[in-house]
Ligand binder design. Structure first.
Ligand code: NAP
Length: 357
């Protein structure tokens, strides 16, 4: 495990010969904000940093604090610090943002997805977005899938120039929970939710959605990594971090329990700035391949595919294709997918996203 000092020292060595382009979906608060700030400091503002979120005012305040390259510094041509508004509960909104970025950016070196919601970590409320997706999953999985798919061409272009190309999803890596095969969108779980208890106490559907988000992010990185052997993909666990969004909400009936959990949690949390150093350490490490990492940026498991690797996600009925923790024949510790379950997840994802025109 790298110590905080070791992670900081490693990050301090980052000095690219080009202006890095970094997109932080969820960069207006929490871990994403702190990572963007750390990158801005490390590059002395010589970076194109894009914060995506809903809160324009907060974004403006964060961006105003970034260091700026000196006037006339020719090595800084192309730097920019900007905010792009997006409601990640709407796949139409995410697609529109991606189309806008594709139309004006030549490349993306770092795509970091960390937005959380709705209502932080509500364990008591579940529901559907106006597009018919599960609330929790739309934020923690579907929007990240759309960002990944739609922005990957720009990461491919960065790699083509011999630059960093790294996609990172910050959620809950390393648990190795097998990807579900039924009720993937949790419609059934929501139907079974006792409506009068919404917001009052734990909801099984909300808890399931939080766990499913973690499983599905394993599937997301596995799916794209196997098809792009040249790019780095990471699912990482941030650990317990003091962020505005990390308030546990078990519902008002269990509010005292929530209060107690939050107090106990404060004993083991780190600041978002501290966490960001480890996340940045992981982002700048690993040139290509798939990485499952823990809260200190340590690799739980990883695999570098051969350049001519052909992604294999078919349920051919074989034990290997159905074995959780095995990706295209490669055992991966802390990874919950199997080739068959990832195939099922992606087919389902494409189908529901295809229905949202
Ligand atoms: N913090 C922890 O202890 C912890 C522990 C385990 C896992 N995690 C996971 O790690 C990730 C980062 O955690 P965090 O605590 O930094 O998250 P956070 O503070 O809750 O994330 C806030 C970010 O999400 C954005 N966001 C919220 N709703 C949005 C929406 N509808 N559309 C677009 N953006 C939206 C916010 O932007 P706006 O407000 O501008 O919309 C903000 O940028 C999350 O996935 C979280 O689940 C965190």
């Amino acid at each position: 495990m790298p110590t905080l000092a070791a992670a900081e020292a490693s990050n301090a060595a980052f000095s690219p010969s080009y202006i890095p382009v970094a997109v932080f979906a969820g960069g207006t608060s929490g871990v994403g904000q702190a990572m963007a700030e750390a990158l801005a400091r490390q590059t002395n503002g010589r970076a194109h940093i894009i914060l995506i979120g809903r809160n324009a005012k907060t974004a403006a305040e964060i961006l105003a604090r970034f260091p700026k390259p000196a006037d006339g510094d020719v090595d800084s041509d192309g730097w920019a610090h900007e905010f792009v508004a997006c409601d990640a509960m709407s796949m139409r909104s995410v697609r529109a943002v991606c189309a806008g970025l594709r139309s004006r950016l030549q490349r993306i070196n770092f795509l970091v997805m960390s937005a959380a919601g709705p209502k932080g970590n509500s364990m008591s409320e579940c529901g559907e977005t106006s597009e018919g997706l599960d609330n929790h999953l739309s934020m923690r999985y579907f929007s990240r899938y759309v960002y990944s798919k739609e922005l990957l061409p720009l990461l491919v272009r960065a790699r083509g120039k011999g630059q960093h190309a790294h996609l990172m999803t910050v959620l809950g890596a390393g648990f190795g929970a097998p990807i579900a095969t039924t009720d993937l969108g949790l419609a059934e779980a929501r139907r079974r939710t006792i409506k009068c208890l919404q917001g009052v106490m734990f909801s099984v559907a909300a808890l399931k959605a939080m766990i499913r988000g973690v499983e599905y992010n394993d599937g997301l990185v596995a799916w794209f990594a196997a098809q792009h052997p040249d790019i780095a993909f990471t699912h990482i666990l941030p650990g317990q971090v003091r962020t505005v969004g990390a308030v546990l909400d078990p519902g008002w009936l269990l509010a005292p329990l929530g209060w107690l959990m939050t107090r106990l949690r404060s004993l083991i949390t780190v600041s978002q700035d501290e966490c960001a150093q480890w996340m940045l350490y992981a982002l700048l490490d690993g040139e290509r391949g798939l990485f499952i990492r823990d809260s200190h940026g340590d690799i739980v498991s990883s695999h570098v595919f051969s350049p001519d690797h052909k992604a294999r996600f078919v349920d051919d009925g074989s034990a290997t294709a159905r074995k959780a923790g095995v990706l295209n024949g490669v055992p991966m510790k802390g990874y919950g997918g199997s080739d068959a379950t990832v195939a099922g997840l992606i087919a389902y994802t494409e189908q529901v996203l295809g229905d949202i025109k």
